[in-house]
Design a protein around this ligand. Structure first.
Ligand code: MG
Length: 503
């Protein structure tokens, strides 16, 4: 009996805030788009201008072995907000579109919904990309966020004509989606502007975020701000404060504009006196879109980029910043976007959602530079299926590829493995890399005369089988298809669509 009571007490304590935290902390979660491992100044890029992110890195904890769960946008966002692989919530294959019928199922519990149960103010600002749906069913305000300002999907999912760069007479490089409504700016469930004014968008986001933080702190209410940026997804744009001001061209300017907003957020946290009671966490949704060449991101020393299950597709820069609570430094511990929900739950003292979670609490890593509870990281392709299951698995410092494939998104690199012509290839036994000695995945280890590595492969296959036994694929949401009538239009009855949707 005493043992049972002790076990129950331990369970309860697990969900209590660490003793060093006097009051519930605030959370600011910053999520860049299509940003590579090598894109920031603090991750070694020679010509990027990212003074504010570099400041976070020098004053906070920089993670070198941090992964998102998908090499494309929507699934990665689903995992971030639910702490579950995208296969469980059904955000596969590919991504959601403006007229998608499906979206992140409302019975999934997001970080925002979890924090609402303990009285947090919540807001999302920026790119949602987890569904719009009939009557805006899947918008952030139906997923735990009190407020939302932003574009509900990628900003190239509309005609390019409202996507000119600065100065306004310069056309963007490349093409956007034609035959769709122009890109809207939503305020909660309503269209505030269509087409959105991209050159003024970052200022609007920054003002919205500052206003949200100021109001919450005035009311002494703990808050959660989720800022998924459009930057640095294609096509690049930047308003007058950043255009032409970096050494790196349009990509560098877009990155600088994003970095400036990060600086504004920090200034607001300082001005409102909550900087020492706020965890700021920064990372990105997937690797760089290398097919955009110099207007896409850079995966640094990592192999390939967006669309692939090589390191460049899913290993991301990540920084945790919390002055006075997180000691500055660098950690090589294994961690993931999946771990953010359980970590926030622990720090806020909330119960975890009663579902199969894939994330683990990383408080020990953040607060004490301690060890990771994460044993392995799973790599699903852009089109996960029960037939092929995992494309790769990382266990400790080793990564095993069961399948490899290139991607259109990662075309144009000299490495032929990244290109779309690199068709699906099965590896049995799996290709094994030592990511500490060879982070670029250039030199697969030979298993011949290596009983230690053969034992490792055996263990990897066991971990894979154990994980797969827990995996229940949710109904595919992207598989429900699209309906042009569901595309957001500020004058719903107008004709002819989509060109008449302008306000
Ligand atoms: Mg993305």
């Amino acid at each position: 009996m005493a043992a049972v009571l002790l076990a129950l007490l331990n369970l309860l304590l697990l969900h209590l805030r660490p003793a060093c935290l006097a009051s519930p902390p605030n959370f600011v979660l910053i999520f860049a788009d299509d940003l590579g491992f090598g894109d920031l100044g603090c991750y070694g890029h020679p010509s990027s201008l990212t003074p504010n992110l570099d400041r976070l890195a020098s004053g906070g904890l920089r993670l070198t072995d941090f992964y998102c769960t998908s090499p494309v946008c929507s699934p990665s966002r689903a995992s971030l907000l639910t702490g579950r692989y995208q296969t469980r919530s059904g955000i596969y294959p590919g991504v959601l579109y403006p007229g998608s019928v499906g979206g992140l199922p409302l019975n999934e519990t997001t970080i925002a919904e979890m924090l609402k149960t303990v009285g947090y103010a919540t807001a999302a600002v920026g790119k949602w990309h987890l569904g719009f749906g009939p009557n805006g069913t899947y918008l952030p305000t139906n997923q735990g966020f009190d407020k939302y300002l932003g574009v509900p999907y990628s900003h190239d999912m509309g005609p390019c004509r409202n996507l000119t760069c600065f100065p306004p007479d310069v056309k963007c490089f490349g093409y956007c989606d034609i035959g769709r409504v122009t890109v809207p700016l939503m305020q909660n469930e309503f269209i505030k502007q269509q087409p959105v004014d991209f050159l003024d968008l970052e200022r609007a986001y920054s003002d919205f975020a500052s206003d949200f933080i100021t109001k919450a702190t005035t009311k002494k209410q703990p808050f959660f701000l989720y800022y998924p940026s459009h930057h640095t997804h294609y096509p690049q744009y930047a308003g007058p404060g950043a255009a032409g001001r970096s050494l790196r061209g349009p990509f560098g300017d877009a990155l600088l504009e994003f970095d400036t907003t990060v600086g504004n957020l920090l200034a607001t946290l300082e001005r409102t006196g909550v900087i020492n009671n706020t965890l700021v966490f920064f990372t990105a949704d997937n690797g760089p879109e290398l097919m955009r060449m110099s207007r896409g991101g850079n995966s640094g020393p990592l192999k390939c980029g967006k669309g692939t299950t090589y390191e460049g597709g899913m290993r991301e820069p990540a920084i945790a910043y919390w002055p006075g609570t997180i000691r500055p430094g660098v950690t090589h511990e294994l961690a993931s976007t999946l771990d953010i929900l359980p970590t926030i739950a622990r720090l806020a003292g909330t119960q975890l959602p009663q579902v199969q979670l894939d994330g683990v609490d990383m408080t020990e890593i953040l607060l004490h530079h301690g060890k990771s509870k994460r044993e392995a990281m799973m790599f699903y392709p852009t089109d996960p299926s029960e037939k092929y299951s995992l494309f790769a698995l990382r266990l400790g410092k080793y990564k095993a590829h069961f399948y490899t494939r290139g991607a259109t998104h990662s075309g144009t690199t000299p490495d032929k493995d990244c290109q779309v012509f690199a068709v699906l290839k099965a590896h049995d036994p799996p290709l094994i890399f030592d990511l500490e000695a060879d982070p670029s995945e250039n030199y697969p280890l030979s298993l011949v005369d290596r009983p230690d590595l053969q034992a490792l492969v055996h263990k990897i296959l066991m971990v894979k089988a154990q994980f797969e036994a827990t995996m229940v694929f949710g109904e595919s949401q992207t598989g429900k298809g699209t309906d042009p009538k569901l595309e957001p239009c500020c004058t719903p009855q107008c004709s002819p669509k989509p060109s008449c949707c302008q306000c």
